[in-house]
Structures are given as C-alpha cells and as structure tokens.
Design a protein around this ligand. Structure first.
Ligand SMILES: *Cc1c(COP(=O)(O)O)cnc(C)c1O
Length: 313
C-alpha cells in the first residue's frame, strides 16, 4: 500500500548569484535539503530515517516525541509516521493549548497538520515539559499510552546523527566550507562526521547558550567545526525587521524561501561574514538548506499581531 521510501532523489546544489559574492570572489551554493520531501523536509527527514527504521525493526507500532507548538520536528514526525505506518504521539509544551483544542488547531497550522496526519497530541504544562526526559515522566506516559519508541525533543540522538551523516556526498567534495543552522546540534554533528577531510563546517546557532559545543562533542570526534554565535537575533524564535527584509529580498532575488527560525539566520550570517571579508578569495561555500518552511505560517501570525510585514513563502 505504502510507496514511501527513505531513498533520496539527487538534487543539484543551487548557485547563488549576488554582487556581494562577486565582489568578495567567493562562491556560494545551496544544498536543497528543503526539497527532499514535501512533508518531511530537510534535516528532519535525515534525523527520522534510522529512528523509524529501528522502531519498526524492534516491533514498535507507536512513536512518541516532544516539541513546541510550532515545531518542525513535530510536523515531520507526524507526517513520517503516517507514511511508514507508525502511530505518533506528540507531547506539546503549553497546557493552555488544550483548553479549546478546536480553536488551537484552527489557529496553528503546525498542530493542525500534525493532527491531520494522525498524531495524537498531549499538551503539558511548561513545568512538566521541563521534566520530560526524566524516568518518572516517561513512566507516566507509558502508563497512559502503552509501549512507544521515544525520540527526544528536536529529534537528536545517535541515529539522527547517523542520518545527517548522509547529507554531504561525493558531489559536495569541491567545497571548502559547509554551513548549517544549529538547534540541538544533531545536524551539524552528522555533517561533521560525513564531510571530507579538507572541509570546515560552520554552524549558526538559532538560539543563545553555550551548551551546544558540549552537545556536539558527544556525537563527533572531529574538530572540523566552529559555531558562530553572532546571528541568533537574541534567541530562539526571535526575529526583527532586518531579518524579515533579508529573507524577503533573498526570496525575490534567488527564488528560494528561507525560514525565520533557522535557515534565514544562517544565510543572514553567511552574507554578513562575506561582507566582512571573513572568507579568502576563491573560497567555495555550501550552505545546507535544512527546510523548516512549514513554520513560516505560524511566524506570520505573530508578525501580523505586531504589525510587522509577513515573510513571503
Ligand atoms: C530542527 C532544525 C534545525 C536544527 O537542527 P539540529 O539538528 O537540532 O541542530 C535546523 N534547521 C531547520 C530548518 C530545522 O527544522
């Protein structure tokens, strides 16, 4: 019945043409991981692959995972679960969202998408959510839902890193620098493991905090990566007019949408570093587009309330 396969199609890297690049004499290409799958896009496809294969192999029929109300990981898990025939449960931060579920789903396209794909949503308070990784919390979930294969918030674990190790391939050998956005660190860890010896990886954290390096070191042996902490725009999910304008101009000029949480901040950072002359002449940069475009609708709702212009998709 299902024709789903984790096999990925070959997608050409897309060159970015821009006066700033010409002036600096560096070249920039985008790895279009956002085009891997229309429902399970980008790095979430990579991160789920070996987890869902293992869950099935172990005989589980249900996946349980965690996320915020706009989480790309929640949306991707719901869709991927449906595609491979696994039930999904999403433990969502914010018990207030359960008060009027119909209204919540009407106003939140991420949760609506998850629900339409069969994900059972369990809303918990912020206090409980903080305890989500504890044995006692997981035990209670098992009493409520029965046995499940558990994937952590953001989807990062050993198998997710293994999947992200497949992002860089033979065709990417000619690049000197590989850039990616960083949330929990799983993606950059996989890229670090899967890249070629002469390549350096630059990660752009989408949030504040100095715990990330330690996280990445859990999954990588290599020290071929650096984090640039200058472009988080004050924290996770935080944006400003400058970033909105950058994303919309980029879309207009390159015809590629960026999301405001991750890839927009990364690309802003890459352009800023090129302007600052960080990269020497003839440097070849590959920026990984990790997807996340499903989150734009949710962000635009917030922007509308603040009288900010919307992000174009
Ligand atoms: C989740 C996500 C990231 C962050 O990936 P990590 O493995 O958590 O670092 C980056 N970009 C997009 C679009 C994402 O959805």
């Amino acid at each position: 019945m299902t024709t789903f396969s984790w096999e990925t199609k070959k997608i050409e890297n897309k060159e970015v043409i821009h006066p700033i690049l010409e002036e600096a004499k560096v070249s920039l290409f985008i790895k279009r991981e956002d085009l891997l799958h229309n429902q399970v896009s980008g790095n979430k496809f990579r991160k789920l692959k070996y987890n869902l294969i293992k869950a099935r192999k172990l005989g589980f029929d249900t996946i349980l995972t965690f996320g915020g109300a706009y989480s790309n990981h929640i949306a991707a898990t719901a869709a991927a679960g449906k595609l491979v025939g696994l039930q999904t449960i999403g433990v969502i931060r914010g018990e207030e969202l359960a008060r009027d579920l119909e209204k919540t789903l009407l106003g939140n396209s991420t949760l609506r998408f998850a629900s339409e794909n069969g994900m059972q949503l369990k809303f918990v308070s912020r206090a409980s959510y903080r305890e989500k990784a504890t044995a006692s919390f997981l035990e209670k979930l098992k009493e409520e839902f029965g046995a499940f294969y558990c994937i952590p918030e953001g989807g990062t674990n050993e198998l997710a890193v293994q999947g992200c190790g497949e992002i860089i391939g033979e065709k990417d050998r000619s690049f000197d620098i590989i850039c990616c956005a960083v949330g929990t660190g799983g993606t950059i860890s996989g890229i670090s493991n899967g890249s070629y010896k002469h390549q350096r990886i630059i990660g752009f954290p989408a949030l504040k905090g100095d715990f990330l390096s330690a996280e990445i070191k859990k999954y990588t042996k290599d020290s071929n990566w650096d984090l640039v902490n200058k472009y988080h725009f004050n924290g996770y999910g935080k944006i400003n007019l400058q970033l909105i304008e950058f994303i919309n101009t980029f879309k207009e000029e390159q015809n590629i949408s960026l999301d405001p949480i991750y890839t927009g901040k990364m690309m802003y950072g890459i352009f800023d570093m090129i302007k600052e002359g960080v990269f020497t002449k003839n440097t070849r940069i590959l920026a990984v587009h990790t997807g996340g475009l499903q989150g734009i609708a949710g962000m635009n709702k917030k922007l509308e309330k603040k009288n900010f212009p919307p992000i174009t998709i």
